[in-house]
Design a protein around this ligand. Structure first.
Ligand code: PMV
Length: 327
């Protein structure tokens, strides 16, 4: 067996969401997005080329993966092999340090770690932008887990190049992401299938047309460490994405009555002066973003809801990185 390469990447939470592709083949998003890498949570992936293999193999937390999950990873590895000289199939061993099926998207950290470990194992040397652009073919949000800290996914208007870049380092703002876990069930409609329906919602056009304004507000709020401004645009953007989901054909309801209970509680806590805001991805769990000062209160209040199964805690984190492997 040849030398193995290990990479580590964090998931991310988007303040301005990606929902819909304007070019599915080239995976060009309908709008830009902005996120924060979530430290404490990570995926560690080891890729080992093996000339004796006839197909790529995949284990996730020690369990062999088959079916659609394996096909998606093999297709991604085929893309890497097209770019590389070496045509070896590979063993992929991936480990998440957060509960699988806890409804925290592992595809972003998973494909970011695989892009880095996979290219390195096949002898490819890519810039951060190239790596980020590549990771999006595994999962759109994975491109934002390549750079560190607070990250924006941009598409250059003339070249069409699309990649994510850091807009502020992880230590720029010590926010915290409290992820209230409400369900451990896998979502019935994955984000790839869900966002294919986005254009069927009459609201999607308005959402994407207004995206530049929200991106500008969010970027500025981050650069100024202006929590109130960040909260306003983050909630608006999350609500807009869920409005598109709920008005797609067929409609998609990713949130749950308990999600709404937390969203409403967050609005009340804000009235009391607590620096908290909410955002939801394609699932029922609520990400409550808070300042360090508000964290203790927010955490104990979230834990008081009888339906909250667990609260995961993440702080802004650095980029995807190699932790063992080729020089
Ligand atoms: O990474 P994907 O292609 O599964 O899409 C994720 C989309 C959302 O998580 C709902 C929003 C986002 O920008 O992360």
């Amino acid at each position: 067996m040849e030398k193995s390469t290990t990479a580590l990447a964090h998931p991310n939470i988007a303040f301005i969401k990606f929902w819909g592709l304007k070019d599915e083949t080239n995976r060009i998003p309908s709008n830009g997005s902005i996120s924060m890498n979530i430290g404490c949570l990570s995926t560690k992936t080891t890729v080992t080329p093996d000339p004796n293999l006839e197909k790529d193999t995949l284990t996730l937390n020690g369990v062999s993966v088959r079916g659609a999950g394996l096909t998606r990873v093999r297709q991604f590895m085929d893309r890497l092999r097209q770019m590389a000289e070496g045509q070896s199939f590979v063993h992929i061993e991936s480990e998440n340090n957060f509960p699988i099926g806890a409804g925290v998207a592992s595809s972003a950290s998973g494909f970011a770690a695989l892009a880095l470990a996979g290219t390195s194992a096949l002898g490819l040397e890519l810039s951060e932008r190239e790596l980020s652009g590549l990771a999006r073919f595994g999962s759109g949000s994975a491109c934002r887990s390549i750079p560190g800290g607070f990250v924006e996914w941009v598409t250059e208007p003339h070249s069409g190049n699309t990649y994510a870049k850091s807009i502020a380092a992880a230590d720029h703002w010590n926010l915290v992401d409290l992820i209230a876990i409400l369900s451990e069930q896998h979502k019935p409609v994955g984000s790839e299938a869900g966002m294919r329906e986005a254009a069927s919602s009459p609201l999607q056009e308005a959402r994407t047309r207004d995206a530049k304004r929200r991106l500008d507000l969010c970027r500025q709020a981050i650069l100024n460490r202006d929590f109130e401004a960040l909260a306003a645009v983050t909630e608006l953007d999350s609500n807009m994405m869920h409005a598109v989901m709920m008005t797609s054909e067929p409609p998609l309801f990713y949130w749950h009555p308990h999600s709404l209970a937390i969203m409403k509680a967050v609005k009340e806590w804000q009235q009391e002066g607590l620096a908290v805001t909410y955002t939801l991805d394609a699932g029922p769990n609520v990400h409550v973003i808070a300042t360090q000062a508000a964290m203790g209160q927010a955490l104990s209040r979230l834990r008081q809801f009888p339906f909250v199964m667990d609260v995961l805690k993440g702080i802004p984190a650095g980029p995807a990185r190699l932790i063992k492997g080729q020089s």
